[in-house]
Design a binder for this molecule. Sequence first.
Ligand SMILES: Cc1ccc(O)c(S)c1
Ligand SMILES: [Zn+2]
Length: 249
Amino acid sequence: MGLHNSHHKPCPTHLQSPINIHTRTAKYDPSLKPLKFSYDPKTAKRIVNVGHCFNVEFEDTCDRSVLGEGPLTGYYRLCQFHFHWGSSDKDGSEHNIDGKLYPAELHIVHWNSKKYTSFEEAAQHSDGVAVVGVFLKLGDTNPVLESIIQNLDRVKTKGKTCPFTEFDLTDLLPKDLNYWTYMGSLTTKPYFECVTWIILQEAITVSSEQLEQFRRLQCTSENENPSFILENHRPVQPLDHRVVRSSCP
Ligand SMILES: Cc1ccc(O)c(S)c1
Ligand SMILES: [Zn+2]
């Protein structure tokens, strides 16, 4: 149901993601708190090729790895992280910064375990999910990323999984945890409008060779003719009346 204007024609309000973040229009909000990551490396479980990308999944049957503070009310339980990338190093990120694209973007997915009992249920609510987005910029080989990538040949085809434990996700984060935040959606089907987006302002590095490894993943299962996940990033969506807030001036 959209807003009604004088012509009585409903105008739908989009809360879709990703968006272009116009940094000069983002509003500094001094009430925004610092992000508080409390991740237990023992909750890392496995890597799964889900067809359009690979997910690194965590044990989310209790609040052992949570994200708190920031723009959030209470804490959200970590459930998985994944990446979006492009067919070349020229594009790949989903969010843009002043029209600039990065070669890839990390999404760390959490759900509101205080109010809901599963990710699936939380995804039906506007306060259900919190995704931390981290840009990947071209640079030196990232050794922490390498510890993930070296497993990808074990999940080459759709549906394959491999164990992945004892991983400290905070090692993948940049030093500076300042962020932009806005209300949006999942960037893959079913595009539920359930996400508090928290986009870090500092990027981490990735090498061209490491991005090549992402593109060697197959979207087909082992008994099909191989097709590759060359890209999996969604185009930017209309911001409409949304305001992007910044944690720093
Ligand atoms: C839960 C979830 C699945 C896939 C995605 O790209 C995002 S952004 C979130
Ligand atoms: Zn994503």
